[in-house]
Design a protein around this ligand. Structure first.
Ligand SMILES: [Zn+2]
Length: 133
């Protein structure tokens, strides 16, 4: 189905050759620099995970999340806060997308065994312990 797999192999091979070549030319110090660069890139990527999530999901407050992530992301509070914001508001958006249906439809159903109200997602009834799957 995917005929482009060899491009990835090719890119990986070229990248490997370049990295190995770089280390051989630049020596041990070069390897240290390379590792530092890789660590910095990973660090930056990790730092901007909330922004990446927000942009990827087209979050309605993505600008706010980006700003919070950018200015306070280096603090644990700012990072966790923007991450939670990026994920939480998205759940609201999902509800909005489902619209009126979600307003009228409750998230509960009736257990077929004991007729008690239980959650739609329940796999086991919390009243009679019967399996619903
Ligand atoms: Zn039941």
């Amino acid at each position: 189905m995917n005929n482009n797999w060899w491009i990835h192999v090719l890119v990986a091979a070229i990248a490997s050759v370049l990295i190995v070549g770089f280390i051989k030319v630049a020596g041990a110090q070069g390897a240290d620099i390379l590792i530092s660069i890789v660590l910095i890139i990973i660090g930056i990527l990790f730092h901007f995970i909330p922004s990446i999530i927000a942009v990827h999901r087209n979050h309605k407050n993505k600008v706010g999340i980006l700003l919070l992530n950018f200015f306070l992301g280096w603090t644990l509070f700012g990072w966790v806060g923007s991450l939670i914001w990026a994920v939480l508001q998205d759940a609201d958006r999902e509800k909005e997308k489902n619209g009126i249906r979600n307003v009228h439809e409750s998230d509960e159903k009736e257990c077929p065994y004991c007729a008690e109200k239980i959650k739609n997602k329940a796999k086991v009834c919390r009243f009679c312990n019967n399996s619903l799957s």
